[in-house]
Design a protein around this ligand. Sequence first.
Ligand SMILES: *Cc1c(COP(=O)(O)O)cnc(C)c1O
Length: 245
Amino acid sequence: MTDRVEELRRNLAAVQHRITAACAAAGRDPAEITLIVVTKFFPASDVVALADLGVTDIGENKDQEAAAKVAELPPAVRERLTVHFIGQLQTNKARSVARYADAVHSVDRSKLVRALDKAARAARDAGERTSYLPVLVQVDLGEGAQAGRGGAHPDDVERLAEEVAATGHLRLRGVMAVAPLGLDEDGTRRAFERLAAHAETVRRVDPAATWISGGMSGDLEIAVAAGATHLRVGTAILGSRPVGR
Ligand SMILES: *Cc1c(COP(=O)(O)O)cnc(C)c1O
């Protein structure tokens, strides 16, 4: 094993241990949780190493980087992975993302719903994907000065979910959020509890929309306690990135 593979193995095991402990504390079954390893900034070789270590889901937040990285993966590795797009998305990148993403977590406005639906249809017509594109409504959990850092306003979540459900080529899978910066543990817990309430609203639109994507390296235990089903963990497994990535 190279040093890097050994480092990834050790970090992955530590995060899996944290998830198991958080589930035990919350009385939840670890099988309910999907760990998405966020590989943004890190090379395709790390993705290959992670897949060899048993990772099944990766997350990326920039189209250009993700498209190139996914294309670089050996087909046998690509086939085993679920690729989640988790970053802010411009409508002019929708067509590219629909080629390789197995799910998009960051749907936050009507215009993007329409662009992704059109893109998913074009990708299907071109033989680049065989089925609908699963998407999540990203919710802005910020309050006051913390609001507006990404995601739909809470008042718009139900309408966006209905818009997704009415498309022909997208499938509503649930909700996603990033906890606002600078909150203490209690504030973060309340934010993830609001996310769980939004998840209920979205499940009323489509009962199959069961995913709650919340929790990162620093707050995954709090997210698990509040009901998250998908954790997006980067730093704790791959190491630190340059500021802003
Ligand atoms: C980078 C990123 C993550 C991972 O964050 P870490 O703190 O490195 O675990 C999770 N979610 C989104 C949307 C991200 O952009």
